[in-house]
Design a protein around this ligand. Structure first.
Ligand SMILES: [Ca+2]
Ligand SMILES: [Ca+2]
Length: 245
């Protein structure tokens, strides 16, 4: 039996699957009835890129236009802000490549999630894991109830054709005051033929339509419950050690 995708809206929409935002920053996500602080989640590293257009970065309002490599990566790899992202990947298969920072085990239900921004129906995209491609449509997302706040688009003079171009080419200011709804969707590795308990270390994304390229702003995966329990146990152990000192 396949669970399929899960819409990540608000807790009112679905008490088991939703994101909690503080302003535009994700503070926790609840998937399959379990709530994870962002510090518990597994983040990603960008390994490949091909852009569809000159507008490639979503930057917080009045943020710098000149960006070093770390700042560019942070928009999708490390910050939890829906105001920032690496947007408009091309429709070429595998145009955006990612590694999970630690391999992610296929648990029952959704394993990873992403948020994208849109002023109307969110954009569809394709995700490929272990050679299997799934198309996620706009109808599969949930509305987070949060919108970007006057975010800015950072442009290139030409659409970057590879990751080096994305990370090093000169950037210029693009469109300003982007106020679009942040939409989320959870993805189940089982839909890609991954066995329960097997791990996934990488995936690729691409836009499904050249007329509506998608705009990822947050991507992460959830740890298996056992490792989360161990983390909690480690935290308890540290408290005990501190008290003994
Ligand atoms: Ca972001
Ligand atoms: Ca799963």
């Amino acid at each position: 039996m396949q669970a399929g995708t899960v819409a990540l809206g608000t807790s009112t929409d679905d008490t088991d699957n939703y994101g909690t935002f503080s302003a535009q920053t994700l503070s926790s996500v609840t998937l399959n009835g379990i709530t994870y602080d962002t510090s518990d989640l597994v983040q990603v590293t960008l390994t490949a890129w091909k852009g569809a257009s000159v507008g490639q970065f979503l930057q917080y309002n009045n943020g710098p236009v000149t960006l070093d490599e770390a700042a560019r990566r942070a928009f999708l790899e490390t910050d939890w802000s829906g105001n920032t992202g690496i947007i408009n990947p091309s429709t070429s298969a595998g145009s955006a490549g990612f590694n999970f920072n630690t391999p992610v085990k296929n648990i029952a239900g959704a394993d990873m999630f992403l948020y994208e921004i849109n002023s109307s129906t969110p954009d569809s995209f394709q995700i490929t894991i272990d050679g299997t491609t799934v198309n996620v449509t706009g109808a599969e997302y949930g509305n987070s109830g949060t919108s970007t706040a006057n975010a800015d688009v950072i442009n290139f003079s030409n659409a970057p054709s590879n990751l080096t171009n994305l990370l090093t080419n000169t950037t210029t200011s693009g469109s300003n005051n982007i106020n679009q709804t942040i939409h989320g969707v959870g993805i189940d590795f089982s839909d890609f033929g991954i066995a329960l308990g097997a791990t996934v270390s990488s995936f690729t994304l691409n836009s499904s339509s050249s007329g509506a390229t998608f705009d990822p702003v947050i991507i992460a995966a959830v740890p298996e419950p056992a490792s989360l329990w161990l983390l909690s146990l480690a935290a308890v152990a540290m408290v005990v050690v501190k008290r003994r000192k």
